[in-house]
Design a protein around this ligand. Sequence first.
Ligand code: 13P
Ligand code: SF4
Length: 339
Amino acid sequence: MTVTAESLYEKLRHYKVGSPLCEFNREYCERLLPYVRRIEELKREKNAIVLAHNYIAPEILYSVADVTGDSYGLSKKARESSADVIVFIAVRFMVETAKILNPGKTVLDPNPDGGCTLADSINAGIVRNLRKEYPDHTFVCYINTTAEVKAECDVCVTSSNVYKIVESIENDKIYFLPDKLMAQNVLAYLKEKNIDKTLDYYDGTCYVHEEYEPESIDFIRQNNEGVEILVHPECTPPVVGKADYVGSTTGMLEHVRHSQNNSFFLLTECGLTGILQTEFPDKKFVGTCTMCRYMKSNSLPEIVSTLENPRPENIIEIAPDVRERALACVERMFHYAEK
Ligand code: 13P
Ligand code: SF4
């Protein structure tokens, strides 16, 4: 479908969460159109595909993205894509994962400073030392890690498959990194299912999700009869313990799509609530808004310049030995997730 200022405005006018990002008007959409047109042209010229995470700025998501999704879905798409060039609009670790899966393709990151407090909390040297300390453990890393960290680990997981994969791993001694809150949530899950595994973990957190408090859920429930509480597994165990649904960003989106309920409270980055409000205008979203500054530092002009003339930091390069070991770790995720 061809994007016009009118169609873009139709999408964005319903977007309400987080005012600096969200005061869209028709004139603003007109100003964005030259960038959108240029990106469309460059995509055709270079046989490029644009993958975009659910949290990114809505004016990008609704204009130039070919595929949107959570980190698992986007990795799968990157793995299957026949495009010559992958432009990944998200944060660095997701773009790197696309390159791990596609060594022969050009993988571009228009947001090279797009960090993540989880990915930035640990490095390969720390993992090597931990492996000496925990020699009998299977090392499970969250996808929110660098390629170098993945290369030191055994199995990668995402928020959409973490419970299933940890449960399926044959070894009953697991070391989970870097998200300590996700690890604690997995521990609670194992305990509830009477699965006897030792799970040690690292000390990282997501600065967005660690902030939510269970008291806000009580308050929202009291004031919104029948509201469903949807929570990302990067939140604290007391918050996860009060949820009606726990899952990845796409998991939450699909849950809303199929739910008979009409009112929802999401404890995750505000971009997702924005998409849901836009996609399901007849449903009610009780909102907090917590923004991930890294996801929101992507922009249409940067995508244009990255496709036209990428700087070295826009082009993902991974040393072959690191890539091969990281690939084994990521491929084990697909093996367990799809079994
Ligand atoms: P999802 O894989 O659920 O999209 O999560 C990625 C992320 O970074 C959440 O903060
Ligand atoms: Fe990382 Fe948290 Fe941002 Fe997700 S929301 S990219 S985990 S800092």
